[in-house]
Design a protein around this ligand. Structure first.
Ligand SMILES: Nc1nc2c([nH]c(=O)n2[C@H]2C[C@H](O)[C@@H](COP(=O)(O)OP(=O)(O)OP(=O)(O)O)O2)c(=O)[nH]1
Ligand SMILES: [Mg+2]
Length: 130
């Protein structure tokens, strides 16, 4: 099975993180996610991240640091997720594709239903930002 390479942004401000909800018809639909999407050919991960955050949630990435990379097999799809910590950005986050978005306290991240691949990320964030 082909591995899909995805860039995802953990957008942090103070003790909060900006998340969005995947549409019901998407893979892992109705789950919360860190905004992002597929890395296209000829594009760096950071370029993909910057493009996707602009397209999906209206944010301009000014600075982002690699946070964690993992591969996850959903059975119907294998993803390689490149998570970046977005610690500087401009713009007001909003769902440009009709998706629900929210700024949530990192201490409450465990209350949101994320795809299975994200569980380790949620745990890392709750530990680091406690
Ligand atoms: N963006 C994002 N995707 C995630 C996360 N966790 C996780 O398992 N995924 C998976 C779900 C999808 O299978 C894949 C993202 O690919 P996608 O197809 O939605 O990418 P995309 O936004 O470019 O969508 P498309 O417009 O190309 O259809 O990664 C996450 O936190 N953020
Ligand atoms: Mg996406």
């Amino acid at each position: 099975m082909k591995i899909v390479h995805v860039a995802a942004g953990i957008i942090v401000r103070d003790q909060q993180v900006f998340i969005s909800k995947r549409n019901s018809e998407q893979h892992q639909g109705n789950k919360w996610e860190f905004p992002g999407g597929k890395v296209e050919s000829g594009e760096s991960v950071l370029e993909a991240l910057t493009r996707e955050l602009k397209e999906e949630v209206n944010l301009d990435v000014l600075n982002a640091d690699a946070f964690h990379q993992l591969e996850f097999d959903y059975g119907d799809k294998i993803v390689q997720l490149d998570f970046y910590l977005v610690n500087d950005f401009t713009g007001v986050g909003k769902g440009l594709e009709g998706q629900q978005t929210a700024w949530v306290n990192i201490s409450e991240l465990a209350d949101y239903n994320f795809p299975a691949a994200n569980q380790v990320i949620v745990e890392m964030l709750m530990t680091q930002f406690a």
